[in-house]
Write a protein that binds this ligand. Structure first.
Ligand SMILES: [Zn+2]
Length: 158
């Protein structure tokens, strides 16, 4: 092997090693859950399906999870992946369960234009189930408000 090629190969190896180190451990471990619509319909109630799989929004104030104050974990109703803990929850007064942050690596985001102005939609990283929208009017320390559909979550008391 010519020296130039050897150096290039070595550089490539180091780059790959760095990329592997930079990826959060969670992102590597989480395997996607991919189901057909019929399979989701068997697993979810029609109301849950409308939110998780069709990006619907439940009526404000309709979810008992909005008033849930116990210690515990809020997991995706589609695939059980824990997304938030009770320590991340706050009362936003909007009528939807609200969080100022999420468990690292568990949510993905997309911009949607369903209303006239663009909004940031977020979803479970494992099953792509729609959870809610994130806004910039949340409390410290993040200033974020993850406005979540209660139907898309299940609460597991600690
Ligand atoms: Zn999920």
């Amino acid at each position: 092997m010519k020296r130039r090629h050897f150096v290039a190969a070595l550089a490539g190896l180091f780059a790959a090693h760095r990329a592997a180190q930079a990826a959060p451990a969670d992102a590597v471990k989480i395997e996607k859950v991919v189901l057909k619509p019929e399979e989701w319909k068997k697993r979810l109630t029609p109301e849950q399906y409308a939110v998780l799989r069709e990006e619907g929004t439940e009526r404000a104030g309709s979810s008992p999870l909005d008033r849930e104050k116990r210690k515990g974990t809020f997991a995706c109703a589609g695939c059980d992946l824990p997304l938030f803990t009770s320590d991340m929850k706050f009362d936003s007064g909007t009528g939807w369960p609200s969080f100022f942050t999420f468990i690292p690596g568990r949510l993905g985001t997309r911009t949607d234009f369903k209303l006239i102005y663009p909004r940031t939609e977020y979803h479970c990283i494992r099953c792509d189930g729609h959870q809610g929208h994130v806004f910039d009017d949340g409390p410290p320390p993040t200033g974020k408000r993850y406005c979540n559909n209660g139907l898309a979550l299940k609460f597991i008391p600690a």
